[in-house]
Design a binder for this molecule. Sequence first.
Ligand SMILES: Cc1cc2nc3c(=O)[nH]c(=O)nc-3n(C[C@H](O)[C@H](O)[C@H](O)COP(=O)(O)OP(=O)(O)OC[C@H]3O[C@@H](n4cnc5c(N)ncnc54)[C@H](O)[C@@H]3O)c2cc1C
Length: 451
Amino acid sequence: MSMIAGFAGNVIGPDHPEYDEVRPGWNGMIDRKPALIAQCTSTADVVAAVKHAAANGLTAVARCGGHSVSGASLPEGGVLVDLTGLRSITVDPEARIAHVAGGCLLGDLDAATQEHGLAVTAGIEPSTGAGGLTLGGGIGFLCRKLGLTIDNLASMEVVLADGSVVTASADEHPDLFWALRGGGGQFGIVTRFDYRVHPIGPEVMVAQAYYPMDDAKAALTWLRDYMHSASEDLGLATSFLRVPPIDPFPEEAHGKPCLALIASHVGEADEARKALQPFLEQGEMLFGFVDPMPYVDFQRCLADGSPHGNRYYWKSHFIHDLSDEVIDIMVEAARDFPGEFSQIFTEGLGGAVSQVGADETAFANRSARYNLGISCGRIDPALDDEAISRTRALFDAIAPHADKGVYINYLDRDEIDRAAELFGPKTARLTSIKAKYDPANLFGGPLGGAG
Ligand SMILES: Cc1cc2nc3c(=O)[nH]c(=O)nc-3n(C[C@H](O)[C@H](O)[C@H](O)COP(=O)(O)OP(=O)(O)OC[C@H]3O[C@@H](n4cnc5c(N)ncnc54)[C@H](O)[C@@H]3O)c2cc1C
């Protein structure tokens, strides 16, 4: 008989031989021990796991892709409600809706929707969970055109703290629907997302341009100005990273810091190529191209940058623009930033993201042009102290130039109490919705004070 009444999936406790295999999330720095890992196979299993946690005074924390930087899906002593068995996706091409189970990964979404020539706007890494990414907002290459992932949610099926299953949409439980769009998974466990999908691909035009550090300042300054009048069809990310030790990068540059400009354009091919060509003309590239690429391949092309299980420490700021000061600070820090998997990156916002009203969702900042992330990634634990202090120093240096709020999905574990800053004027509304739907703080999260 299962350790959880009415539970059909596997229940893995600390004595189970697979416990240490299934327990870790993406961030190898975080080592916590849940009381139970409940591998759900259905919404009914999620209900059973939630009821079990409530009855035993434990937290119930969902895991989808396990990519939480802060380890929010790895509760110490709680019930880890593992959704990775909930992976069904049904696409309705007529209605332009994708019904996506709460444990799906972004790679699942892209594969299933592209079969119909459609896409959900989401993130850039196929192993990221749709669950965590969506509930925090969802920033990706299509967001300037289509908005955040939450802006494309029609409804959700949610398991509440009392074990009931409800629909959250504009018409049903609208307060919960509002909070779950940007407020994270602290109000309930979402077992199905219903996304509006859009015609994209099968190919998109892509620019990748890698510049040595000597050209980085000029390239970013150009980019800042160029983006002021760029079309919303153009999606953008920039990253200071180490030159990958592979062809076609020149051998003498391998392992050295560089600036990568990565962009996509979903407009008509000639126009897209014309818009992206200048990305290749901002100095002496180490490597670069503008070419059409299958959308699913493009979505996979950054997948090796932050491998699962390494040690990561993150911080982030929204910034109104890439001011000269911010560019100088980033370039200086990138010259000798510790960590072979580190990235100092920006994600282009604006466009459709800024056209949704500030109060329409719980997302913290609609007016910033960029989200700026610092991800210090390495294998060696001996680098931890330096990684943390350099990341904090860079974060502090950018702080005077930062915009309001912070992206909940990039919070690290020492920042969970930044709820007030995170949600700003929305804190009171979110706190009252949290009190209504999760009065005992079963699900934890920033508004409940737990990690
Ligand atoms: C390598 C990497 C690349 C990334 N790229 C992007 C990007 O391009 N764009 C972007 O916006 N973000 C990106 N992120 C951040 C990402 O959105 C967050 O880390 C997000 O929390 C990951 O979701 P997950 O489901 O994988 O994580 P998990 O660790 O499984 O979950 C994260 C949080 O969400 C909760 N949760 C997950 N699923 C559910 C559910 N179904 N119902 C209720 N609560 C749930 C968990 O309890 C936890 O609190 C990236 C992160 C990494 C590590």
